[in-house]
Design a protein around this ligand. Structure first.
Ligand code: ZN
Length: 167
């Protein structure tokens, strides 16, 4: 199975939390509730995506599937790391954790912050990212610190953060 340089994923219905964490790692992750197994298999094939599932029967239907056994996200990330070595290890502001849309850095020349961004955050020089699809906003804060701690427990200490934004 030839993987694209950056793996893409489709998560089954039971793996919504994992889908959000993988998006925080910067990955393109399809996740939608209510899809039939046929549809999940088709999407993973046509989108060249690894199908992540906790369903053994579904996993047997395609060679692109990765069967995960753990019930919680840290265990699932560890299992995935064994199957897909070289996973990203830290938070990247590339994908919206809610909808998988691409993020872009908010334009600081506009005086008013994007919806959902506090004034003091907007006044600070740190970047704010906005989802091109749903408008959700992201920045380095308590929430990302918690997610980074989770990744550190799974993958070990993170490399020093890059100073650049997303491409
Ligand atoms: Zn979004």
């Amino acid at each position: 199975m030839a993987l694209p340089t950056e793996p893409r994923f489709t998560c089954d219905e039971m793996l919504g939390r994992l889908a959000r964490y993988l998006r925080f790692l910067g990955y393109d992750v399809e996740y939608e509730q209510g899809l039939r197994d046929d549809e999940l298999v088709r999407r993973s094939r046509e989108g060249d995506r690894l199908l992540l599932t906790r369903d053994r029967i579904l996993a047997q239907r395609t060679r692109r599937a990765v069967l995960l056994r753990s019930l919680e996200v840290e265990g699932q990330l560890k299992e995935l790391q064994r199957e897909v070595p070289g996973l990203n290890r830290g938070v990247r502001f590339v994908r919206c954790s809610l909808c998988n849309g691409l993020l872009h850095e908010a334009d600081r020349s506009t005086p008013k912050p994007p919806k959902g961004v506090p004034e003091d955050r907007w006044a600070s020089p740190d970047p704010v990212f906005v989802c091109r699809s749903c408008g959700q906003t992201y920045w380095e804060g308590d929430h990302t610190r918690e997610i980074r701690r989770t990744f550190a427990r799974v993958f070990g200490p993170e490399d020093p953060p890059a100073q650049d934004g997303p491409p």
